[in-house]
Design a binder for this molecule. Sequence first.
Ligand code: CA
Length: 234
Amino acid sequence: MKKFPRVLVVEDEPAIAELIAVNLRHGGFEPVCVEDGDAAQRALDAVLPDVILLDWMLPGVSGLQLARQWRAQPRSKDVPILMLTARGDEPDKITGLDAGADDYITKPFSTQELLARIRAVLRRRAPEQVRDTVAAGGLVLDAATHRVHWRGEPLQLGPTEFRLLRYLMRHPERVHSRAQLLDKIWGDHVFIEERTVDVHVKRLREALGAAAAMVETVRGAGYRFTVQSSPQNE
Ligand code: CA
């Protein structure tokens, strides 16, 4: 039986990797440090980690490419990914989230913040053990198997999009503000900006394809799940 949550740390700068590893151990995690994408893939093939800490700038395959790659693999698609980036500008952060990262941390970061964010992504996974199915407008969501079907066809959703859809489907025909969604989906997470909700709603709509119109934008208010869908103008 596993004692501590396993964190795969993909970081090519030894000093930073060591700092992270020490703090993870102190924080009750089991770090596994690798320096590049090949080593990361081998570690991931050997034992599936609970969380991946992924540096953006790596020799060879970039962190961004790795995130996309792991999101596309059935085995690793549900493992939360936190991207470490030295870049502070918004477009890059959004690119990271679009690539499948659950969150990002900008270097330099405090170790307290790092641990808090890792705990947050782990907490977000915990309540999903409950078996229940929600169905509306041709969408069927099974919380136990993490499967979503639309009109019998399987859809591929990331873990955050899955929780977002589950929450919206459980509370249909109601407008949820970004702040409310952050509170309900992300929990007591003080570091995430409200626009993160928009990023995940965008990804959710992409994953839903033809069913995307059921996730409505209510201008100036937030989002609403409705089965009386009509063509949307964004
Ligand atoms: Ca680096």
